[in-house]
Design a protein around this ligand. Structure first.
Ligand SMILES: O=C(O)CC1=CCC(=O)O1
Length: 261
């Protein structure tokens, strides 16, 4: 187990793959830890150097008092990549992780050579929507929002599986302050103009059943970057790497290969 001490904030991370492999960084969504990527990693090409991490307030990382800003989440990621020697990486971000990808590529193009914007947007929801959810969590913990969240995360058939309960439990075990802290960061983020200035290879990935970031939002965001493409996975909700790992890994592999992996 690895913890990076980044100016006093300890982040839990894991590196897999050979030292000379193509660097790939995975940033996960609100209310999940880096196990989000467990199912797809064995399906990707061999020889990648993979960095995964739990952002602040999530998983085994520290949970400082919120609210957090998107700038802090981007800076944490930047520091972690500097700490671990990851640069010129293909950055795969899902949901809030995709917002971090957009912000990091804008700020530190030396760290990011290509982005995968999975189930994300340049802006996700409205300030009012996030304020309502944060109020609900402050009053009743994550249990107060778990059911509608699971509706957005997963398609109806997945709710009947045993695996569904593992993801529901992961969500319920997320520190409430970590969730509200990151929710506030999303509420304050609008990357439409900065993402439109990005010039790098970009792929969008969406799920037809995604109740958080529907395909139109993912496409609209990815289309801001000239030359990008968006793939839509049928029958998957907000976390297609969990619901449809084979399809997700195949789409990612095609993009990685196009980047020379
Ligand atoms: O709770 C949701 O709707 C899912 C979500 C939104 C942003 C994120 O990272 O996850």
């Amino acid at each position: 187990m690895h913890m990076a001490n980044l100016d006093g904030l300890r982040l839990h991370y894991r590196i897999d793959g050979p030292k000379d492999g193509t660097p790939v960084v995975f940033a996960n969504s609100l209310g999940t830890d880096f196990r989000l990527w467990d199912q797809i990693l064995p399906l990707l090409p061999q020889g990648l150097r993979i960095l995964r991490f739990d952002k602040r307030g999530h998983g085994l990382s520290d949970c400082p008092k919120g609210p957090y800003s998107m700038g802090q989440l981007i800076s944490d990621t930047e520091k972690l990549m500097d700490h671990t020697g990851f640069k010129d990486a293909i950055f795969v971000g899902l949901s809030i992780g995709g917002m971090i990808a957009q912000g990091l590529a804008t700020k530190r193009l030396d760290l990011v050579r290509a982005v995968v914007l999975s189930n994300t947007g340049a802006k996700i929801g409205t300030r009012e929507m996030w304020a309502e959810r944060i109020d609900a969590v402050n009053a009743g913990g994550l249990a107060a929002v778990v059911d509608p969240t699971m509706q957005r995360w997963f398609s109806a058939p997945f709710h009947k599986t045993d695996q569904f309960h593992a993801w529901r439990n992961m969500f319920l075990n997320c520190p409430a302050e970590g969730w509200t802290g990151c929710g506030a960061a999303i509420a304050g983020t609008d990357f439409y103009s900065t993402t439109a200035s990005l010039r790098l290879p970009a792929l969008g990935i969406a799920g037809t059943e995604d109740g958080s970031t529907p395909p139109d939002l993912v496409r609209e965001t990815t289309d801001l970057i000239p030359g990008s493409d968006t793939k839509v996975i049928r029958g998957a909700g907000h976390l297609p790497c969990v619901e449809k790992p084979e399809e997700y890994a195949a789409i990612l592999t095609e993009f990685l290969k196009a980047q020379g992996v």
